[in-house]
Write a protein that binds this ligand. Structure first.
Ligand SMILES: Nc1ncnc2c1ncn2[C@@H]1O[C@H](COP(=O)(O)OP(=O)(O)OP(=O)(O)O)[C@@H](O)[C@H]1O
Length: 229
């Protein structure tokens, strides 16, 4: 069996000021092709957990393995390279550059030859029903279109693990459904997907749900997929 795309073991994190311990020994595996939905009340530390899983924040203790590689020994350059080539991120605020076109935003983080990246980006945008919007400035697109472009951007380097923090928050149901379909497609291609979301709609695509409470993942319940979903 292949290594988990993400393996967190005994992860702890406290923030200096106020001395709050946010994570108290989190254990989580996400396997290739699996979609895990991370839930928890506001302020419980979901974003903190995602930034640790995404190698943007170092934990105080515990291990973070990406594709079986222990990241503790990696320096900043190696962490940055791992982030760029093996991880994809989607945030609540799509973080697109408004003055750049849709395709320019998707290609921006591409590693390797530009021409190939542009072809892949154009294919992805076409697959998202955005072929006609390829050269539109991001600021002129709807929130749902921008978030679909943000997912395409996260996939440009063919990451093994996709990490999404509140990716459908504020979107109407149809747009949210389209964004979630992209995650489902990414998982069908063998990518692992970890989504933190307050929206129950995330349950439509999740294989598992884990709940963060008091610094630990306290529940790990299979999600029933509704008929026809
Ligand atoms: N850089 C930081 N410095 C100090 N405290 C922080 C920092 N980042 C987060 N925190 C604190 O850690 C706790 C968890 O925050 P986090 O954003 O991870 O929660 P969350 O579950 O994602 O919340 P929400 O659902 O509201 O987005 C909060 O009390 C927050 O104030």
């Amino acid at each position: 069996m292949s290594a988990p795309a993400l393996d967190l073991d005994g992860v702890t994190k406290a923030f200096d000021r106020g001395g709050r311990t946010v994570l108290r020994g989190v254990r989580l595996e996400v396997r290739p092709g699996e979609i895990v939905w991370l839930r928890g009340r506001s302020g419980t530390g979901k974003s903190t957990l995602l930034t640790i899983a995404g190698l943007l924040t170092r934990p105080d203790g515990g291990t973070v393995r990406i594709g079986g590689t222990d990241t503790r020994g990696l320096g900043e350059r190696e962490l940055a390279m791992t982030r760029a080539t093996r991880l994809g991120f989607v945030f609540q605020q799509h973080n697109l550059f408004g003055h750049l076109t849709a395709i320019e935003n998707v290609v921006l983080p591409a590693v390797g030859p530009r021409a190939g990246a542009r072809r892949r980006a154009a294919d992805m945008l076409a697959g998202l029903g955005l072929a006609g919007r390829t050269n539109a400035a991001a600021r002129n697109l709807s929130g749902g279109e921008r978030q679909r472009i943000a997912v395409a951007r996260a996939l440009i380097n063919d990451p093994a693990l996709l990490i999404a923090d509140e990716p459908v928050s504020g979107l109407d149901l149809e747009s949210a459904g389209q964004v979630l379909e992209q995650f489902r497609g990414a998982a069908a291609q063998g990518r692992a997907v970890l989504i933190a979301s307050h929206d129950d709609v995330a349950g439509r695509i999740a294989d598992r749900v884990v709940v963060l409470s008091d610094g630990r993942l306290t529940a790990d319940t299979p999600v029933a997929t509704p008929e026809g979903a």
